[in-house]
Design a protein around this ligand. Structure first.
Ligand code: NAI
Ligand code: 2PC
Length: 316
């Protein structure tokens, strides 16, 4: 592409076809490992800048990242909102801008919604691969929106669960989710019913108060906690946060943004990247929480995959 060309515009349905979990997961593992080395000759990714949109109960997150050897420079811009439980408006909307790092020109504008859905779910699947108990049979998903769908897809593609359960504050939302996916899903009337005896619990809700209580969680279970991305928002209670071994994507991100970590006073044991690098153990036999906040480098990896394939297809 010439640097005077207009940027490519890559739409949601194109991203959907180009971003596959089998390609994404190994690349995310490498990127998170690199991130945890904190070597600015390899990767630069600050904690996201967040601007409150008070009037609309929302936030704009700016998430730049530069991967030096891969020569990927990009930033995601994501708006996310505190929505009423019954609202049908999306919780997040995102766009990814890809730049030529040598000249600074904009190469692509990529719809960020599929990237956000898939990379977040893929990272949760990586956490489960490392931390869930051996012989995990039951998966519980709390929340039934966009992230629930992508998490269902990657978790059922990557692992073999005997049973999948879903809960949402409105039963009809959970029922709609269950009938929209390929495969059997039990719709539960309460969080307790959904998570009792579950080996893996994914929390993908808009909750701002705890919905998952430690007393319901089976000892040794793994929780991938994806919602509650503000310092005063919660999905998990203090009991769970204090009893579990807590893993995060980025220590700085978690310390700045996670209400579950900040307000419970829980200690962060490790970043997933440290486990992937072999520098921290994966406590599979203990109850574990992976607190996900999302990182710019995860979007950078995804945007590169999408853009490289998009360019290849254009040359054919
Ligand atoms: N960690 C990360 O990297 C990312 C985190 N997120 C967060 O993940 C969460 C889910 O995102 P989406 O699936 O896109 O949202 P969504 O709006 O599509 O779905 C959210 C679901 O949460 C449930 N819900 C709604 N209000 C609730 C309440 N008060 N208590 C409990 N459950 C409630 C409903 O089942 C609803 O369908 C959001 O909190 C979002 O901010 C989103 C993107 C990336
Ligand atoms: O990483 C991400 O895109 C987000 N994290 C929380 C809301 C959106």
């Amino acid at each position: 592409m010439d640097m005077t060309d207009s940027p490519a515009v890559i739409k949601q349905d194109e991203v959907e076809g180009l971003l596959l979990y089998k390609d994404l997961i190994p690349r995310l593992e490498v990127a998170m490992g690199k991130f945890s080395k904190r070597n600015s000759d390899e990767l630069i990714q600050p904690v996201r800048t967040v601007i409150p949109l008070q009037k609309y109960n929302g936030f704009l997150g700016l998430m730049p990242a530069y991967m030096v050897h891969e020569d990927v420079l990009c930033t995601k811009m994501v708006c996310f909102y505190k929505r009423e439980s019954g609202s049908t408006l999306p919780s997040t909307q995102a766009t990814v801008l890809v730049f030529d790092p040598e000249y600074g020109n904009l190469k692509a504008v990529i719809n960020g919604d599929v990237i956000t859905a898939k990379r977040t779910a893929a990272v949760s699947a990586i956490s489960a691969k490392l931390l869930m108990p051996g012989q995990s049979e039951v998966l519980a998903i709390l929340g039934a929106g966009h992230q629930a769908v992508s998490h269902y897809q990657v978790f059922t593609e990557t692992f073999s669960f005997r049973e999948v359960r879903v809960w949402s504050p409105r039963r009809e939302t959970a029922a709609k989710f269950a009938s929209s996916v390929d495969g059997a899903v039990s719709v539960c009337d309460s969080v307790e019913e959904a998570v009792r005896g579950a080996d893996v619990i994914v929390t993908v809700t808009r909750a701002t108060e705890p919905v998952l209580l430690g007393k319901w969680v089976k000892p040794g279970a793994h929780v991938a906690a994806v919602g509650a991305c503000r310092p005063d928002w919660r999905e998990l209670d203090d009991d769970l946060m204090r009893e579990a071994v807590v893993y995060v994507d980025s220590r700085e991100g978690a310390t700045a943004e996670s209400g579950d970590i900040i307000l419970s006073g829980a200690e962060v044991f490790a970043e997933l990247g440290e486990v992937l690098n072999g520098n921290k153990p994966a406590h599979r036999k203990k109850t574990t929480v992976f607190k996900s906040l999302g990182m710019g480098v995860q979007d950078a990896v995804s945007a590169k995959l999408v853009f490289d394939q998009w360019e290849q297809q254009r040359k054919l």
